[in-house]
Design a protein around this ligand. Structure first.
Ligand SMILES: Cc1cc2nc3c(=O)[nH]c(=O)nc-3n(C[C@H](O)[C@H](O)[C@H](O)COP(=O)(O)O)c2cc1C
Length: 414
């Protein structure tokens, strides 16, 4: 087929599209390039009137959905790859936005290859961008599991129309040499003049009472209001399918727990700083640092805990007179609890005060890399406290996401 003559087909004959043909075209399109050859897509075939009925509203009732013999929904799919990893002792990390983009790229490349092959075969195709407008309805209709997300729909059938060829912008509208060259007003005029002069477009502008063709797009076809509200639905659906975390939604506020729970799990992190042995108790809420207490390990008044202890609890305790203190509790190898009372009294009060400040910052969920930057930028009054801040920063590095891990300067003694 001459690509210069290809066009979207929205009306189809009654002639069926056989499974045999569909399978062959799909298999051929699977030769398309994909990330790591992982083939991060899947295709759901809809032939039944019942399912088409369910899909139709998601596509704003566009008639092709019910009229085409076949509707294909192409999905970004990290489910299969994730299941494969889990079954093969491999630890998948694909429940994130980057992985969605990668899978969506694979899915769209497959889609386009399929379109070319199908059109070559004489089939008529219409690409439905409405797939990402109300994805939740499609997810429900097709029972898509987590990590599977619809990105494209094709209505497929034998053409029952030969519509006019649509126009294209000139080459200069798309092609830039070496660097991106800005669009001056004259260049914009040159790019759009032919399109704006087409009788069909002039007529469209006139009957809609608009001044320009661009206004047809901004005010009628793709409005800010629709784009913003459908973006919200899209993001919510990405959260639902586990490609995004709920706190990445716009307007989401970090889930700050202001009142410290009476008992917090904690990590015990030992580290060496300028030849001194230090220990940090990092209180964790949902696995995220919520507070930190640190001090010298071999201080006579300090903390002595068995080397094997790496986890425990920091417990808020009120004396009879209402005085608050923090205790550390761990469970030994035989399952017995040991409590070290009064963490606060065992460490130098100055460190304690600075630790309180840092804990405040952690509690309000400043990202860990920013906390580390803040701590390392502190210029405190003496060398010992300055080296203490280095120690604290070193401890917190352990909690950076993998993607932000920094190289170690000194070996930990843990
Ligand atoms: C991302 C995307 C979304 C589209 N969505 C729709 C759609 O929802 N309904 C429709 O009738 N055509 C849709 N189309 C088809 C375009 O309208 C069509 O490709 C364009 O007008 C150019 O016409 P042609 O393909 O005949 O050259 C879509 C195409 C793309 C690439």
């Amino acid at each position: 087929m001459n690509i210069k003559l290809r066009r979207t087909i929205r009306k189809y004959t009654q002639q069926p599209v056989s499974d045999e043909l569909l399978n062959r075209l799909t298999e051929e399109a699977m030769r398309t390039q994909t990330m790591g050859n992982l083939q991060l897509y899947s295709v759901v075939v809809t032939r039944s009137a019942e399912k088409k009925e369910l899909l139709s509203p998601a596509h704003f009732g566009q008639p092709m959905v019910k009229e085409a013999p076949v509707v294909l929904t192409i999905c970004a799919d990290f489910r299969r790859t994730t299941d494969w990893c889990l079954q093969r002792q491999a630890n998948p990390g694909y429940d994130n936005f980057l992985s969605f983009i990668n899978a969506a790229t694979d899915a769209l490349l497959f889609t386009q290859t399929f379109c070319c092959l199908a059109e070559e075969e004489g089939l008529g195709i219409c690409f439905l961008g409405t797939t990402v407008y109300q994805p939740q309805a499609i997810i429900a209709a097709l029972e898509l599991p987590d990590l599977v997300f619809p990105v494209a729909t094709l209505t497929v059938g034998w053409p029952a129309e030969t519509p006019e060829l649509s126009d294209r912008l000139p080459l200069e509208a798309v092609l830039h040499q070496e660097t991106y060259s800005a669009f001056t007003p004259e260049r914009i005029d040159a790019c759009y003049a032919k399109r704006e002069a087409l009788p069909v477009n002039r007529h469209f502008v006139e009957i809609n009472g608009k001044e320009t063709l661009a206004q047809i797009f901004t005010d009628i076809r793709y409005t800010r209001k629709d784009n913003e509200s459908m973006s919200e639905g899209l993001l919510a659906a990405l959260v639902h399918q586990k490609f995004l975390r709920p706190d990445s939604l716009p307007g989401a506020v970090p889930n700050v727990v202001e009142r410290r729970p009476d008992v917090l799990e904690c990590d015990v992190v030992r580290f060496q700083n300028k030849k001194e042995k230090w220990v940090a108790f990092v209180g964790l809420l949902d696995g995220v640092p919520y507070e930190i207490f640190t001090g010298l390990q071999d201080d006579e008044e300090g903390i002595a805990i068995p080397k094997s202890v790496q986890k425990g609890f920091v417990i808020k305790h009120y004396d009879r007179d209402g005085q608050k203190r923090y205790d550390f509790q761990f469970v030994n190898k035989r399952g017995y609890k040991t409590t070290i009372e009064g963490l606060s009294e065992r460490f130098n009060p100055k460190y304690w005060d600075y630790a309180k400040l840092i804990s405040g910052v952690l509690r309000y969920q400043m990202p860990i890399d920013h906390v580390i930057k803040l701590i390392t930028s502190l210029q405190l009054e003496n060398d010992t406290i300055n080296s203490w801040t280095t120690g604290v920063a070193r401890v917190l590095k352990k909690y950076l996401p993998d993607s932000q891990q920094m190289p170690e300067e000194e070996e930990e003694t843990n």
